[in-house]
Design a protein around this ligand. Structure first.
Ligand SMILES: Cc1ncc(COP(=O)(O)O)c(C=O)c1O
Length: 299
């Protein structure tokens, strides 16, 4: 699914550093670490009419990524929340919006890899746009398996939610050439890790399975789905899962802030049945929608 330019975003204001700029003026320096080395971290957040969904969980993950990468002068939680509040307010965004929250290591005194060249502190970007859910959750998505492996802790720990997304972008390029929506990325042992942009779940004989969060992002939606399923009395198993497990699943779905719960209807040409209204996903999705307001923070 290719997202389209939304004219409602033509004049949005974007937070960069310590204030708001019109989107045409919102820029980072060519000396910024994100330009020099993809040295930045990010979170994708959704704004519902009740507020920003799971804001503190996203900020916890952002701070953990910043600590792992040893960023200096990281703005505190209150500063980031105030920046998000001001950005949403100036753009009149009260619902149906998406925030791309980025924290770069900041501007360097001269080009180079060494973080000691970053002497101005990190740089916060709050890019809020009017954006509906990215996937069509009624139609579902078709996926292929990429030859591109998802990083595991041996190379680059997927628990760092960094902006260095080339692995995932190469997987998405393969999906594009194959004419499907997304690509499954395997871990270095050949087990399924996740899609290039979302986490993966499968259902077999009423049991909900998902890969260990070793080579996939420990998604906020993933965590919530596990909790909700448990609360609904569904047996939940985290374990190594191969492509054959997924090909023969009764249901497969993807989870993420960008699309909530999205059925996967085809993997490498194999159809997945997903019995809509009776599906395990349908029950969890209903619980998810019920819980959204209670997980939102009004700023
Ligand atoms: C690679 C990848 N997997 C999964 C997710 C879903 O995570 P969340 O549920 O926290 O949005 C994301 C979102 O950023 C992602 O980039």
């Amino acid at each position: 699914m290719l997202q389209k330019y939304n004219p409602r975003n033509a004049d949005i204001q974007v937070w960069v550093g310590d204030r708001l700029y019109h989107r045409n003026e919102a820029k980072v320096s060519v000396f910024d670490s994100s330009v020099q080395g993809g040295d930045a971290i990010w979170e994708g957040l959704r704004v519902y009419k009740e507020g920003v969904f799971s804001l503190d969980l996203h900020l916890d993950r952002l701070f953990e990524s910043a600590k792992a990468l040893a960023f200096d002068h990281v703005p505190d939680r209150e500063f980031i929340k105030a920046a998000i509040r001001d950005t949403l307010a100036v753009n009149g965004m009260t619902h149906d919006s998406h925030i791309r929250l980025t924290l770069t290591r900041g501007e360097k005194v001269t080009s180079g890899m060494d973080p000691r060249l970053n002497q101005k502190g990190s740089c916060l970007i709050v890019l809020a746009e009017w954006k509906p859910l990215v996937y069509d959750n009624d139609a579902g998505i078709r996926v292929i398996t990429s030859t591109q492996r998802r990083n595991n802790p041996q190379y680059l720990d997927s628990k760092i939610h960094h902006s260095n997304l080339l692995n995932n972008i190469l997987a998405k390029v393969q999906a594009n050439f194959a004419g499907v929506d997304a690509a499954i990325m395997l871990d270095n042992n050949g087990f399924v890790a996740e899609l290039n942009d979302t986490n993966l779940f499968m259902v077999k004989k009423g049991v909900l399975y998902t890969p260990f969060a070793d080579a996939c992002l420990h998604g906020i939606t993933r965590g919530l789905v596990l909790d909700l399923a448990d609360g609904l009395g569904i047996k939940v198993v985290e374990r190594n899962l191969s492509l054959v497990d997924f090909y023969n699943a009764d249901e497969v779905f993807a989870t993420g802030t960008m699309g909530e719960l999205t059925p996967v209807i085809e993997i490498d040409g194999r159809k997945i049945e997903n019995k809509w209204k009776k599906s395990v996903r349908y029950g969890i999705q209903e619980a998810f929608h019920y819980f959204i307001p209670t997980h939102c923070e009004k700023l």
